[in-house]
Design a protein around this ligand. Structure first.
Ligand SMILES: [Zn+2]
Length: 391
């Protein structure tokens, strides 16, 4: 096992929060390993560990091999019984899940809805479902709540606003409803950004994730950090104008990417005015050379061309296509061909274009990661310990 030396503060010590981060990332360490990893004095390290033990952030686990006649115990992050409650909202349904601290769903339920309705009407059943799911567990401690939506979400405040997707909602509708229901840390994030984080395979990976379901969203993760932009709209590619005189988009403008390549646009061409669900489109796409396959190919061409600029700007390791429509194999193949043909060779070299999760698992995983990052951020832990010492 390799343990990187933690950056020490001017006092030659590592803060409570950074010590916890080190213990979490290494999956537990002995006192001796912590001493050599941090360069702290024994007295300071033991004082910090004592505080972390007292707060229930760490516990003493199994004995390691005896050293110098004394058995040393592994200090582990105390995630026993900790759970996270997550809500992945789409336009037509939401997945509510209780996960462990790694974002693995322990229990989940799907709730059908129409997100364009009043916020109360959409959120109340979800909060009810969340309470019911939590009630099914025993000995669990709720660590935090995460919510994702197919709308722009302002970084920092969690405020939402979108003229076409949630026309009647107040900006604080989500933060208010969930923080009244549960008095624990709350994270609100755009769905494609949460899924982008959930899809990443390592901390160093840079990925562009595009969700194509009823609408189109895009999340960008650069070396483990979500790109949010100045107003929380980074990656909101659905309403880029592709052509001046293109088809009418739901937003009221003509020629948006969503008017060509979203599940809604494909369904509208299939069945006139009546709405065909992304599930139905996915099912119909199994038949080769069908009308659906042809529509998907045309939609993928437009999407691939629109993504070339994003891919060139970000130069990611992977372009991941998720959502019920985006992850259809024929769609992925066609977008890959278009993007690789449109970008310069040095961008195309080594670029992986592949299908992501068609459902909500990546958003759920990403939300749990965001909650854990917020709750166990070194500054948050330092603050909690300082508050305790001051009281
Ligand atoms: Zn539009």
């Amino acid at each position: 096992m390799t343990v990187e030396r933690m950056p020490a503060s001017p006092g030659g010590a590592t803060s409570h929060g950074h010590l916890l981060e080190l213990i979490r990332s290494a999956d537990g360490l002995s006192r001796q390993q912590l001493l050599s990893a941090t360069g702290m004095s024994r007295a300071t390290l033991y004082e910090r560990l004592e505080a972390l033990l007292r707060h229930g952030f760490v516990y003493e686990a199994e004995s390691l091999e005896a050293t110098g006649g004394r058995r040393s115990r592994r200090i582990r992050f105390d995630n026993r019984g900790r759970v996270i409650l997550v809500f992945a909202l789409g336009q037509t349904h939401a997945t509510v899940a209780v996960t462990d601290t790694e974002g693995f769903p322990l229990r989940s339920v799907t709730v059908q809805h129409d997100i364009s309705g009043p916020s109360d009407q959409v959120l109340s059943p979800l909060i009810g479902a969340g309470k019911s799911l939590l009630g099914q567990g025993t000995g669990e401690v709720l660590t935090g709540v995460g919510v994702s939506l197919p709308t722009p979400v302002e970084a920092g405040t969690g405020f939402v606003a979108h003229a076409t997707t949630i026309p009647e909602w107040r900006p604080d509708a989500v933060t208010k409803a969930f923080s009244q229901a549960w008095h624990v840390p709350l994270v609100v994030e755009n769905d494609a950004r949460a899924a982008a984080l959930g899809e990443r395979k390592s901390d160093s990976e840079t990925i562009v994730y595009v969700k194509v379901a009823t609408g189109i969203g895009c999340g960008i993760v650069v070396e483990g950090s979500i790109l949010r932009g100045a107003h929380g709209a980074a990656g909101d590619i659905g309403h880029i104008r592709i052509a001046d005189n293109g088809p009418l988009c739901r937003c009221g403008r003509h020629g948006c990417l969503a008017a060509y390549s979203s599940g809604r646009a494909i369904a509208a061409q299939l069945d006139g005015d009546s709405y065909v669900s992304p599930d139905a489109v996915r099912e119909a796409a199994r038949v080769p050379d069908s009308q659906v396959s042809q529509l998907l190919a045309a939609a993928a061409d437009v999407l691939g061309r629109a993504l070339a600029a994003t891919i060139t700007t970000i130069n990611p390791d992977r372009l991941v296509l998720g959502g019920k429509i985006g992850s259809i194999a024929g769609m992925v193949d066609r977008v890959r061909a278009r993007v690789l043909a449109d970008v310069a060779d040095r961008i195309a070299d080594g670029l992986i274009v592949e299908a992501g999760d068609p459902g909500d698992d990546s958003a759920i995983h990403g939300l749990a990661t965001l909650v854990m990052r917020q709750v166990f951020a070194p500054e948050a832990i330092d603050g909690a310990v300082a508050d305790f010492l001051a009281s």
